[in-house]
Design a binder for this molecule. Structure first.
Ligand code: ASP
Ligand code: MG
Length: 408
């Protein structure tokens, strides 16, 4: 039996008209003789609505009850969609997380999938031609409903595709695919035909919202090819897959940015063992995600320590560090909430030199000052004044000829 896995997001299932359009997409592989597993999100806005209710009811909503409630969004869209299919005479049914079963750990609100026993699904597919599975939800080993974190239906779909060893997991959404950069920021942004898992992970971690990060990690781990495409057109989207030679030939595949950053500098920190731990351990305890860190060369036993954090955590970070001023022994704390990160991303960087220099030159030509730099194998990130974000994104997009996708 050949099984096709398709996932549709919230905007794709938001009302009857859209669900009818979704049905056409689902019926196609079915009519070609395949069995279909359709994973659905809640109707757009529904998850937010439900979460707001929990906040209205309680200052500290119980996480297990929140999951029990917020998972109903997916339950509703699945049941409604199964009704549409049955009306067409298709043998279909809705399947909830615990019925699949999608087994997770018990971390409510951010549960991780532990296993999917595909034998139940395969059994159900003997009786039914289309299974409509609720995304986002799973079941802990205490038999309570869990959810996988915002955007988690993507992960449900990829995990199901991995479990049944499907050739591809199709993720239908309200955009045509993954773009070389944010089209709202750069009109030359181009839909990519293919992108490597690692590139997609970097883009998602910089805030590209098209796929949940965890779904990409899952796809990479189990080698599931993901096809991100539009519900509302027939054109091909973007294939997220493992790296190959053609991808390596391209130096830079995409430009990502994150505008919600802040920079903190501790001036004249004593340069002695243990100081970094003293600074960053209390921040880690408060779950502040520290990203770029630069320590300047020490002079007279003192050094400056500069790092970036999410802007929303700036006040808390300053408060925490000021309390420890005497212990850490810094002279001054400077903060700058008006910074953003701009990154060039590409697996081709692994085997090519001069990529970073080319990016720096392009920014220099536009007079954009770089405040900090960090690099990894497939990414170069520059911290800049946030008022230049758009200019920097466009400049880098152009410098690497991303508008036509030809290797440089
Ligand atoms: N409904 C959930 C959310 O809005 C899960 C999803 O749509 O993927 O985050
Ligand atoms: Mg989504």
């Amino acid at each position: 039996m050949n099984i096709v896995v398709q996932k549709f997001g919230g905007t794709s299932v938001r009302n009857l008209e859209c669900q009818r359009q979704v049905m056409q997409k689902v019926l196609r592989p079915y009519r070609e003789g395949n069995k279909v597993i359709v994973v659905l999100s809640a109707m757009s806005g529904e998850t937010n609505r439900l979460l707001a209710l929990a906040d209205e009811w309680s200052d500290t909503p119980d996480a297990a009850e929140v999951d029990s409630m917020v998972s109903t969004g997916e339950q509703v869209s699945c049941a409604l969609f199964a009704m549409l299919l049955k009306q067409q005479g298709v043998k279909a049914r809705s399947v909830l997380g615990f019925q699949a079963p999608i087994q997770t750990d018990c971390a409510h609100g951010k549960a991780r999938i532990v296993s999917i026993d595909e034998t139940k699904l395969v059994d159900m597919l003997k009786e039914y031609d289309i299974l409509v599975v609720a995304g986002f939800q799973g079941c802990g080993d205490d038999m309570r409903i869990t959810t996988l974190g915002r955007g988690g239906s993507d992960t449900s779909a990829v995990a199901l595709a991995a479990a049944i060893d499907a050739d591809v997991c199709e993720i239908y959404t309200d955009v045509p695919g993954v773009f070389t950069t944010d089209p709202n920021m750069c009109s030359d942004a181009r839909k990519m035909d293919r992108v490597a898992y690692d590139e997609m992970l970097e883009m998602a971690s910089m805030g590209a919202k098209v796929l949940q990060i965890r779904s990409v990690e899952f796809a990479k781990k189990y080698n599931v090819t993901v096809h991100v495409r539009s519900t509302f057109t027939d054109e091909l989207g973007t294939i997220v897959t493992k790296e190959d030679e053609t991808m390596e030939a391209v130096l830079v595949s995409g430009i990502a940015y994150d505008k919600d950053q802040a920079q903190i500098t501790l001036v004249h920190v004593q340069d002695k063992p243990g100081v970094s731990a003293q600074i960053f351990s209390p921040l880690a305890e408060e779950q502040v995600l520290v990203d770029m860190i630069v320590q300047s060369p020490s002079k007279d036993g003192k050094t400056d320590m500069t790092f970036t954090i999410p802007r929303a955590d700036m006040k808390q970070t300053i408060k925490t560090l000021e309390k420890l001023q005497y212990e850490i022994g810094f002279e001054e704390l400077n903060s700058n909430p008006n910074v953003s990160k701009v990154s060039i991303i590409g697996v081709g960087m692994r085997n090519h030199s001069g990529v970073a220099a080319r990016a720096f030159q392009a920014l220099a030509d536009e007079n954009v000052n770089i405040l900090m730099i960090s690099t990894s194998e497939i990414k170069v990130t520059c911290l800049i004044d946030d008022k230049y974000t758009e200019l920097a994104v466009r400049t880098l997009h152009k410098a690497f000829h991303l508008e036509d996708g030809e290797p440089l």
